[in-house]
Ligand binder design. Structure first.
Ligand code: GCU
Length: 836
């Protein structure tokens, strides 16, 4: 019963507003002139079982055609032969109804055949899920006014196309920026599964067939009777969409009852077999288990001197009778390695832990490998482990939630990054070995393999916290299905579905999206040095010093004269030698290593020249940061041109984020350039770094109720110093006179917006109040990066076109609130065309 209740609101979704909850499945009414598309006048869905994906396919088609074309089409579940109809069903059901079928020999599991002519459409799948995928594809074509006629078969390239949700039992989501968990609250599985069903629908529409619903840092309480019952409920809600539920396990779960979790202890084996049987009773089609073991404090088999394969196989034995799969993560490393040792290298951990186990995993184990050897950085060399496991099935782990790439407060379209990795040819055994062909199982002839994407989807109406970020979830599904698709084509389909057919909208979103990763890389970490974010805290704002001198191994090895990890074979960590010979030769040789990975593989002077541009490393840092931040300003202006071309709700929501990103990109630019100037003492040839003629530092103003405050890290404040109110209840003022020539300026105020506390500010110039605002980004962004004055909280507000007289009084009044002492950094008076 609960299942039907769960599905009904999904089908009624088309009456809702543009809050993003329907993602790309809006089924918006066709634009003028497009509503006359030829579609048949009946739907035959060859299943009357309401929880069948075939039945759902019929409902989706009916809803979609009504919503897009205004056409009312009846659905029947028994075959009709003489009508113009859309027929959806499995091959077997089709044969049972119509007697025969042709042209489906190449159809594989989960694949679909879509055959369209003037008055009939046939959508067939080998299995029910495939039928639903075909129906979604047809509807996508209708919605984009791009129905392709003729017969077309599409098979997924990989059997495993899962998401890994990092939802915690308390209802939070690790590295999620879109609200609370859709699956858990207060330690238990939620009762209401509506959102889970809606999410499954979105995922199914791009071919995702499995969802691991809980965090890899797993909690043993997931296995309580009440929660196992809840798993059944969630699985029931997602099953009609062909999405199978799976769970992450805490390796030490049996410890509380048995006092051990040794994977070779028969008692432990029996414990896992028993609980697994119980779960399968509630979730008969459970996809399987995901295991993070011996990593970042998580328990694992190494505690008992057992191998990681011993650990993985224990779970494999438990799920094997039920047809389940074990995804065993290769993200295993020691986070206490010695910085003093030049040859220690976290990037070597994957090979050290896994290479010797090749062939020792059971057939239903898949080793799940992050795309790079460290951790979802803005750029990494591809993981060499993909090329080292020839007798083990592998999957690639991609982060859809941009933990190190702006956390959906900056917009980065990730498909180009993923494509670069997937298309990379590792040349194992001197043969073509593209990562996309390895993870599909094709290259090493493995039966399993595929994709694990970490979306971070939450209860926020937008799912991920930002409308634009949804292109990443869409692209993830599309690439997991077919990695040969182009990032731009995927994006444009998503844009048409999400925002309609307007060419300006399409061109603008395409331009912003395709430039977004390069821009972010430019104003964060360049040349393969990693993102340069604060790795010891929230992974959001700049703090390069956090990366060195600790055991985490995300090192820059940045000194006064030199920078970069020496991963060469002779003199360094040897990591370049982890790659097959043809690639090892390139990475080991500074003259052949691509510039964008120079500092990933080589330790060089700041004065080292790049092959591609002849800039020095340090000058490249400076130039790239100024270019990247300038791109973010352009994105903001480009987005503004969409006013009136898309709905106000999404326009305003994204405008706020683009404005935020434009401001925070300057924080990044100034922080990183200052940091490396401070280390190297090599000046910017263009004279920009540390030189801000348009700014008035807050600490240089006349302060009442405010005092100077030295910021840590120093580079997170202009002039290294900000001001804070002297009390946490009384307002302070900072006053000065305009020292610039009279004219019209954009006036920008840089301040710090802490999590907790909503300070209020007023900016007055002359006798005018130019603006009032609140330090409430945490509410507007739905993101709570930091409680301190630092690179995470530094932000900017800009007032455009302010007429100013030289000598005018400038006064900022700040009213503190809670822990937020109305902090201010500087005011910029920006003449037209200048951003500083
Ligand atoms: C990163 C991330 C963690 C996560 C881990 C993992 O380190 O910051 O939050 O648990 O990756 O992938 O296991």
């Amino acid at each position: 019963m609960h299942l039907l209740l769960a599905i009904a609101p999904v089908l009624l979704g088309s009456v809702l507003g543009e809050d993003g909850s329907r993602g790309w499945l809006r089924y918006a009414p066709a634009a003028d002139g497009c509503e006359s598309q030829q579609v048949p006048s009946a739907i035959v869905a060859l299943s009357s079982t309401k929880i069948s994906p075939v039945y759902i396919a019929g409902q989706e088609l009916q809803n979609g055609l009504k919503s897009i074309l205004g056409k009312i089409v009846d659905v029947t579940t028994t075959g009709v032969s003489d009508l113009s109809a859309i027929v959806v069903g499995t091959v077997d059901a089709y044969i049972a109804t119509y007697g025969t079928v042709t042209g489906v020999d190449e159809l594989e599991d989960d694949g679909y055949m879509l055959s369209t002519d003037e008055d009939s459409v046939v959508i067939l799948g080998r299995n029910e899920r495939g039928v639903l995928y075909g129906a979604f594809e047809y509807l996508s074509q209708v919605a984009r006014n791009n129905i392709t006629s003729g017969r077309h078969i599409s098979n997924p390239q990989a059997p495993i196309r899962w998401t890994n949700e990092w939802d915690n039992m308390d209802g939070s989501i690790e590295r999620g920026y879109g609200g609370a968990s859709n699956f858990f609250r207060g330690g238990y599985v939620v009762d209401n599964t509506t959102r889970a069903a809606e999410y499954a629908r979105l995922l199914a529409s791009v071919g995702i067939n499995g969802v691991i619903i809980n965090n890899v840092n797993a909690n043993a309480t997931l296995l309580s009777d009440r929660n196992v019952e809840g798993l059944g409920r969630l699985a029931d809600a997602m099953r009609p969409y062909g999405v199978q539920l799976g769970i992450s396990l805490n390796f030490a779960s049996p410890n509380a009852t048995l006092g051990t979790f040794d994977p070779l202890d028969p008692k432990v084996d029996a414990w896992w077999a028993n609980i697994t049987d119980q779960i399968y009773r509630k979730v008969p089609d459970m996809a399987g288990y995901l295991i993070k073991a011996n990593s970042e404090g998580q328990p694992g088999p190494l505690t008992y001197n057992r191998t990681l394969a011993d650990g993985a196989n224990m779970f494999a034995r438990a799920v094997q009778p039920h047809g389940g799969v074990v995804m065993f993560r290769a993200f295993v490393y020691d986070n206490h390695i010695s910085y003093a040792n030049w040859t220690s290298d976290r990037a070597n951990a994957q090979l050290e832990f896994f290479q010797h186990l090749d062939g020792k995993f059971d057939d239903n184990v898949v080793v799940q490998i992050k795309y790079g050897p460290i951790d979802f950085q803005v750029r990494e060399a591809p993981s060499p482990l993909f090329a080292a496991l020839h007798n083990t099935s592998t999957a690639i782990e991609l982060q859809v939630t941009p933990e190190y790439l702006g956390q959906n407060c900056h917009f980065v379209y990730l498909a180009p990054l993923w494509k670069e990795i997937l298309d990379f040819d590792l040349r194992a055994e001197n043969k073509s070995s593209k990562i996309k062909d390895i993870v599909t199982g094709q290259r090493f002839k493995r039966p399993l393999g595929g994709y694990a994407g970490v979306p971070g989807a939450g209860t926020n109406a937008t799912w991920l916290g930002s409308h634009m970020a949804m292109s990443n979830l869409y692209a993830y599904g599309k690439l997991a299905w077919d990695a040969s698709l182009s990032s731009e084509d995927i994006l444009q389909d998503w844009t048409r579905l999400s925002f309609g057919p307007d060419q300006v909208v399409l061109d603008t979103i395409t331009d912003i999206s395709m430039k977004s990763w390069p821009a972010y890389e430019k104003y964060s970490g360049n040349l393969g040095v990693q993102t340069l974010t604060d790795i010891l805290y929230t992974h959001f704002g700049p703090n390069p010093a956090s990366q060195d001198n600790n055991g985490w191994g995300q090192w820059l090895r940045a000194g006064n004269v030199t920078i970069g990890m020496d991963r060469t074979i002779e003199n360094g960590t040897g990591n370049a030698g982890n790659y097959p010979p043809e690639i090892a030769e390139i990475y080991d040789d500074i003259d052949r290593t691509p510039d964008n990975l120079l500092l990933w593989f080589h330790h060089v002077p700041y004065t080292q020249r790049l092959k591609s541009t002849n800039e020095t490393v340090i000058q490249h840092f400076y130039n790239a940061h100024y270019e990247g931040a300038a791109s973010a300003q352009a994105f903001h202006r480009q987005w503004e041109t969409l006013k009136g071309k898309i709905d106000d709700e999404r326009f305003e929501h994204q405008l706020f984020r683009q404005t935020y990103q434009a401001g925070h990109s300057l924080v990044w630019r100034d922080s990183i350039t200052q940091y490396f100037y401070n280390l190297s003492r090599i000046a910017d040839e263009m004279g920009r770094v540390g030189n801000h003629p348009h700014r008035i530092e807050a600490e240089s103003m006349k302060l009442e109720g405010y005092k100077s405050y030295v910021i840590n890290p120093f580079h997170a404040a202009s002039g290294f110093t900000a001001i804070v109110t002297t009390s946490n209840v009384t307002a302070g003022t900072a006053t000065t006179e305009v020292p610039f020539e009279s004219g019209t300026y954009d006036v920008a105020v840089n301040y710090y917006d802490l999590f907790n506390g909503t300070s209020s500010y007023r900016l007055e110039i002359g006798n005018q109040t130019v603006g009032v605002w609140k330090g409430d980004n945490e509410k507007k962004l739905g993101h709570e990066p930091s409680r301190y004055l630092d690179g995470h909280t530094a932000t900017r507000i800009t007032f455009r076109g302010v007429a100013v007289q030289k000598g005018d009084m400038v006064r900022i009044t700040g009213q503190p609130d809670g822990i937020e002492p109305a902090p201010l950094d500087y005011v910029s008076f920006l003449p037209p065309g200048i951003v500083d």
